[in-house]
Design a protein around this ligand. Sequence first.
Ligand code: GRF
Length: 220
Amino acid sequence: MSKLLRIGVLASGGGTNLQAIIDRCKDGTLAAEIAVVISNNPGAGALERAHQAGISTLCINHRLFSCREEFDDAVVTALQESQVDLVVLAGFMRIITPTFIEAFPEKIINIHPALLPAFPGLHVQQQAIDYGARFSGCTVHFVDGGVDTGPIIIQAVVPILPDDSADTLAARILEQEHKIYPRAIQLIAEGRVQVDGRKVTILPVRPVAATALVNPALDD
Ligand code: GRF
């Protein structure tokens, strides 16, 4: 069996994306092993999920550090000690510093619950609804120096329904997050992800079904 990709997962919250990654590692559809789960939040459900799965955990509480750089140094050291090949941000609610990014060039990915470049930042499900967008979705991207600006690896699209609240839309998006995040990691594990500036190519290049999504439906 070829070597598993060693990943370090950073999470601040409930950890459902972490759980999806754990489950795909377990059922063998993801050729990766989670070397460590790190959270800045002692109460993160993600830590409990990792613990249940027998994965090493580390809580590095950002409140105990005097500045962002010192916190990031501690996280980088922990990830290096765990010898991770890839850093996976899964609901990690801290902006990371350039030093962190330079320590893992093109080796940090994030998932965002909107169709980037629309709606970067926070509370994006509500923003998409308030804007009147007819579709939203989720995006897995490499992390660069900006907020949710890095090269895009994979996206999933969901419709926004007339009676959606931020919660119902978030749940519809989350269901897709749980599919595309493990998939993105698997593509990286297989060495199929090539980055050239902003453009990511998935190798080998295969035809994509050129089907349009329309909301409301054309025959409505
Ligand atoms: C997800 O919606 C993710 O896209 C965003 O934060 C949320 C984390 O959810 N970055 P969970 O902790 O994985 O359940």
